[in-house]
Design a protein around this ligand. Structure first.
Ligand code: BGC
Length: 760
């Protein structure tokens, strides 16, 4: 379906006639140099100078004043601002500096066009929430919307009016460190999370009285980097682009995102930064989306090492022709665009078009009316008790219980516990990747969380070994496995707190081996020898490969990097004050060699008949000789301390026309003895189509809370037009034919039904 965004599009994208008049009037007064200035985004600071840092620190110490380092502005910054040669900043979150620069732009430049201040606020600004992969594991868009609003509240009080998030890249490769920043492997879930987060960021009524624009990223395909190596080549079919990677972006635009960040990667041989079919044909011609396209960091210059531009001048020409509006950090536009226009190699109309989009965003944000940030607000707005409470709620809901043999969890308060592992007494790594404005002192450790439940003399702690190895970890923890083993002597239960450090995921942090890092597995092996029952709290920025660990421990709780309330959330779950309700949003492989492993795969011509271990015996089927096809833990999976039963699957009408709505209901009962939440998931399969279709596709989900014994009928309504795909001619199509559906607790189990889509 090639729809435009015109009907559904919200605030920033609605072409408001008054704004358009203001844009035209301003554009008419601008010189070419001033126009290009609006397309330039820089960091205003001079490179970090350690001598300057030390001198200022000493000064503060001598004066007995608190020290907060303010880097120096670039020497040329004020002149650039006065000359109207810069339109926006990135990653400056200091209201005083922002106001200083804004004052020059607004009061001393010829046309007084305000700066736009963009920043990476990926899972919170000061109140750090769980990493986005964890946030998505809540399967609770409403919660994400509220968390994103908190991020916008705080960031806006720090002077930010453009948040470089949500990251909506679908990723099916846990080697890729940036899987931590997104919603996981599924486009449908990704769309729901994208909508929620855009709404949260762009909410009105912020304390600052200002507005914030979202910037979904990285458009597009970045999550499919070959081998999971960051920045690597991407090459998939147009059908995969349209059916898997584009939908979360479109959902973000439909929810009103007024800007997008293009991705670093090449796609089918052409870097996106210079790719007109991605930046122009799809965005402008097909979707008629009027928002701003911002490059990623230095990506215009990177056209040179990509090998499609010989120099910066060519890089500028290719990018502007392709449809890239703002260049982040590199200076191809600043240095060469005027000359390219004068030489007739770039029509000025293209520059005008880009500038028009930038000005439109600035007007719609209200920057002309309200350019300055109230510097007194920051301290009052950040870390409010309600924000910290929401961070706790999100952390609790984000954690996923993967195993609970013999109901070892929740722990009883009189358990004698030995806590072991390098992440139990750790603050910094709870913050995860991409928390630029973090303060580790805001974090509650797991040990602090546990101490709320356990009297001091019933438990002990031994780190056992550092997260990585003794040389690289930096924690000061010495490996002492015998001491850890000895500490378990009196324990009823051993609680292992293991996993990755924050800097093992995120940008530029891909890995090829996804087991426990350092000597942690050796530590577990040694404790396992004692025969004591073990529970593991596992922290990571990605799905890990842990078949050995999973076979050793009775309880396994995935806690991710859960933000400032990580410790409390872990303790609340371990002791049953909260009931785990997170579900995986990316499959956990059995081995790295299975990657990519994801639930919405195709059938192949020789599908395995079984998905268990017996499939090894299936000769000449699409199987491995040494590993099942299935992941260790599938998409959608997660346990609770209670149980839920599914019954009475009803399909209101099993013969549907293309304009009808599929109506499905199921009765869910909390059949255990605790209150808890279930994530009810609806999947479909289009059995025969003109092109191959995934074996299952998520088409609906609902998170519901039930008291023990409570029963609820959950209903789904899916418009038949949402069951389509890119057909032979690459047009969106819903084909008549038979479908299967499942309603269940994950991508593998569930009650099964069927329906048929008929000709119009
Ligand atoms: C990242 C973006 C980020 C930008 C600005 C880049 O390296 O890929 O996600 O928004 O830097 O900090």
């Amino acid at each position: 379906m090639t729809t435009t965004l015109q009907e559904t599009v919200a605030y920033y994208n609605n072409l408001d006639p008054e704004t358009e008049k203001r844009v035209d009037a301003l554009l008419a007064q601008m010189t070419l140099v001033e126009k290009i200035g609006q397309l330039v985004q820089l960091n205003p600071f001079a490179p970090f100078d350690p001598d300057d840092y030390e001198a200022k620190k000493r000064e503060a110490e001598e004066a007995g004043a608190p020290f907060e380092y303010e880097p120096r502005l670039r020497d040329d910054m004020e002149d650039l601002l006065r000359g109207g040669r810069i339109g926006s900043f990135l990653n400056v979150m200091t209201p005083k500096v922002i106001n200083h620069c804004q004052r020059i732009a607004v009061e001393e430049s010829r046309l007084g066009i305000p700066l736009l201040v963009g920043a990476d606020v990926i899972h919170g600004y000061r109140t750090i929430f769980p990493i986005p992969l964890a946030e998505a594991s809540t399967w609770n868009p409403d919660l994400l919307e509220r968390a994103s609003r908190v991020a916008a509240e705080e960031a806006s009080a720090a002077g930010v009016d453009w948040i470089f998030a949500p990251m909506v890249d679908v990723s099916r490769d846990p080697r890729w460190g940036r899987i931590a920043e997104g919603a996981g492997e599924d486009p449908f879930l990704g769309m729901a999370m994208a909508r929620a987060r855009v709404r949260g960021f762009q909410t009105t009524g912020l304390t600052s009285g200002r507005n914030v624009a979202a910037c979904p990223k990285h458009y597009v395909g970045y999550g499919a980097a070959e081998g999971g190596r960051d920045y690597n080549t991407v090459d998939f079919s147009e059908r995969t682009l349209r059916d898997v990677y584009l939908p979360p972006f479109k959902a973000a635009f439909e929810s009103g995102a007024g800007a997008v960040m293009s991705s670093f990667n090449e796609l089918g041989g052409l870097p996106v930064t210079a790719n007109p079919s991605i930046l122009r044909t799809i965005l402008r011609d097909e979707w008629q989306w009027p928002g701003v396209v911002l490059s990623d960091y230095d990506a215009v210059r990177e056209l040179i090492p990509h090998g499609v531009a010989a120099n910066l001048r060519e890089a500028a020409r290719l990018s502007i022709l392709a449809g890239l509006d703002i260049e982040m950090v590199s200076t191809a536009y600043h240095d060469h665009l005027a000359d390219l226009v004068t030489a007739g190699e770039v029509p000025e109309a293209l520059v005008d078009e880009a500038v028009r989009r930038v000005l439109r965003l600035k007007f719609r944000l209200g920057l002309f009316e309200r350019p300055y940030t109230d510097e007194s607000l920051h301290d009052a707005v950040i870390l409010q008790p309600a924000f910290r409470e929401l961070a706790l709620e999100t952390a609790r809901e984000s954690m996923v219980l993967l195993q609970n043999e013999d109901n070892i969890l929740p722990l009883s308060p009189d358990v004698r516990l030995t806590v072991i592992g390098p992440l139990a007494d750790n603050r910094a790594d709870m913050l995860g990747c991409w928390s630029l404005h973090n303060h580790p002192e805001d974090v509650e450790t797991v040990l602090e969380g546990l101490s709320a439940y356990l009297p001091g003399d019933t438990w002990s702690y031994q780190p056992g070994c550092p997260i990585r190895d003794d040389r690289t970890d930096g924690s000061g923890i010495e490996t002492d496995i015998p001491a850890a083993v000895a500490a378990t002597r009196e324990a009823d239960v051993v609680l292992l707190v293991l996993g990755e450090s924050a800097d093992m995921s995120g940008e530029g942090h891909s890995r090829t081996t996804l087991g426990l890092p350092g000597r942690q597995q050796e530590l577990v092996d040694a404790i396992a020898e004692t025969g004591k029952p073990m529970v593991c709290v596992l922290m990571s920025g990605r799905p890990l490969v842990i078949p050995r660990l999973a076979a050793q421990v009775k309880g396994l709780l995935v806690a991710w990097h859960a933000g400032i309330r990580a410790g409390r959330a872990v303790a609340d779950l371990l002791f049953g004050a909260a009931n785990p309700s997170g579900r995986l949003t990316a499959s956990w492989p059995r081995s790295e060699g299975q990657i990519p492993v994801y639930y919405a795969h195709k059938s192949t011509g020789r599908p395995a008949a079984e998905s268990g271990t017996r499939q090894f015996a299936e000769a000449f089927k699409s199987v491995y000789m040494d590993e099942p096809n299935s992941p260790l833990f599938p998409f959608g999976y997660g346990l609770s301390y209670t149980t839920f039963t599914y019954a009475n699957l009803q399909i209101a009408e099993s013969m549907l026309g293309p304009d009808d709505t599929l109506r499905v209901s199921v009765t869910i009962t909390n059949s255990g003895d605790r209150a808890g939440a279930e994530v009810v998931q609806l999947y479909v399969r289009d059995l025969v189509a003109c092109v191959t279709r995934p074996v299952r596709e998520l088409k609906g989900f609902q998170k519901i809370w039930l008291q023990p014994g409570e029963q609820r009928t959950v209903s789904f309504e899916v418009p038949v037009r949402d069951l389509g795909f890119s057909g032979l001619d690459m047009q969106y199509t819903v084909e008549p034919g038979d479908f299967k559906l499942w309603v269940g607790p994950n991508a593998v189990d569930g009650l099964e039904g069927a329906f048929r889509v008929c000709e119009a």
